[in-house]
Design a protein around this ligand. Structure first.
Ligand code: FCB
Length: 439
């Protein structure tokens, strides 16, 4: 069965950050520091999904999806990251899983979508190798409770973005500015993934994947310096995360780090344990130029012109998804497992009309174009098994707070009123047709 779904993440929708024993995460800390997020927005309340999850499951049932990708908040399950489990956290996800199954929706939980327990940050976060084993223990704890009912597990969400924004450039939690010194945070996330795969399989998990953020990289020109910069970007954004998982080795990193002293014997075997799918999040391609002299990074984003842009300013290039998927197949060949597109979507300046509608035609065009591109890649031989729209609901968009709306459902954050947008109705009709014709 092709998985047709929507996606969310715990800190972006749940709220209730102090309830039922949940411990603080790095995102609670970061969002409460002055100047870190736009207008000081935090996820304290978000979409109040922790209390309104029944209504949200009903919205998905009305949409007709057969899968839902959400994330489990590690500090709800283990308030200080390891040791004492708070059963109330697990109870919440247990009820959610049962409600989804009762509505004919397959739960697809992600174990880590950036909300590291703050207590683990105080031990060094992903720069501390010990956190890898602690993550695997957390995975085992959750699987012991849910693996009997959950068909698909995703270990990590976008280790690239967490490393780059959280550890290299300091614009996401935990707010570190280490530039290429952030690379150990990549390796430790990947090692944590590998150890979690072992823990999940031992607990009876049926199918396991990891989600990478992937982007096709285009050089700004065919001059040597731009080509070299584009290769550097492709290595650090894409291959650093896909090669070890799929090929069991890192690309050559010697030009970017003085010494790769954080990889130990056996790590790559653990990291490259076979997966049932590769999760791919796609938003846009990237155009890369050589950096100015003395820059801290070996590339510069040159921006893509000539395409419409989203409210975030991200270029809308649907064919980039076809390019990405066929590119993965030609790069990895038989080492590429089936693909789940675990996120795709766009932010738009959505407004409620006085009579309560949201006419988000640009989102409809975005989704339509990307679904066509996905089908073209499938016709070209790429094995895609699922597609999840980011996102079900407008939500807390990290450093942008509530300013970027990605939902199929509009959320009025003052009243928590949910209003399905035009794109919700469009996706519902699309799914009806797809489910009648797809095998
Ligand atoms: C991805 C994140 C997701 C959301 C979208 C817009 O990088 O995984 O949480 O913020 O971008």
């Amino acid at each position: 069965m092709f998985l047709w779904g929507t996606a969310t993440a715990a800190y972006q929708i749940e709220g209730a950050t102090g309830e039922d024993g949940r411990g603080p995460s790095i995102w609670d800390t970061f969002a409460h520091e002055p100047g870190r997020t736009r207008d000081g927005h935090t996820g304290d309340v978000a979409c109040d999904h922790y209390h309104r999850w029944r209504e949200d499951v009903a919205l998905m049932a009305g949409l007709g999806v057969n899968a839902y990708r959400f994330s489990i908040a590690w500090p709800r399950v283990l308030p200080v990251g390891s040791g004492r489990v708070d059963p109330r956290g697990l109870d919440f996800y247990d009820r959610l899983v049962d409600a989804l199954l009762a509505a004919g929706i397959e739960p697809v939980p992600t174990l880590f979508h950036w909300d590291l327990p703050q207590a683990l940050e105080e031990r060094g976060g992903w720069l501390n190798r010990d956190v890898c084993r602690i993550f695997a223990d957390y995975a085992a704890t959750v699987a012991a409770r849910l693996a009997d009912r959950v068909p698909w597990w995703i270990t990590l969400n976008e280790p690239f973005v967490h490393m780059a924004y959280g550890y290299a450039m300091g614009v996401h939690a935990p707010g570190r500015l280490l530039m290429t010194g952030a690379l150990p945070a990549a390796h430790h996330q990947l090692l944590a993934h590998g150890l979690a795969v072992q823990a999940l399989r031992a607990a009876g998990a049926r199918q396991v994947a990891l989600t990478n953020n992937c982007t096709p990289v285009r050089p700004a020109s065919d001059g040597e310096a731009d080509l070299k910069a584009a290769e550097a970007y492709d290595i650090l954004h894409n291959r650093l995360f896909n090669d070890p998982i799929l090929l069991g080795k890192y690309p050559d990193l010697s030009a970017y780090v003085p010494e790769v002293d954080f990889v130990r014997d056996g790590d790559l075997e653990t990291i490259s344990a076979p997966l049932d799918a590769l999760g791919v999040n796609y938003y846009n391609p990237t155009r890369i130029a050589a950096p100015p002299p003395g820059a801290g990074l070996p590339f510069e984003d040159a921006g893509i012109t000539g395409h419409p842009v989203t409210a975030f300013g991200w270029p809308v290039v649907p064919d980039g998804l076809r390019e990405l998927l066929t590119g993965l197949k030609s790069r990895y060949g038989t080492a590429l497992p089936p693909i789940l597109i675990t996120e795709n979507g766009c932010s738009q300046e959505d407004a409620l009309t006085p009579d309560g509608r949201v006419e988000d035609d640009a989102r409809v065009a975005y989704l339509d174009g990307h679904l066509t591109a996905m089908r073209q890649a499938m016709a070209e031989g790429v094995d895609v098994r699922g597609y999840f729209v980011w996102s079900l609901l407008d939500n807390f968009e990290w450093a942008e707070g509530y300013h970027q709306r990605f939902g199929l459902v509009h959320v009025d954050f003052a009243t928590q009123r949910r209003t399905p947008k035009r794109s919700y109705h469009w996706y519902r009709d699309y799914l009806r047709k797809a489910q009648n014709t797809d095998t």
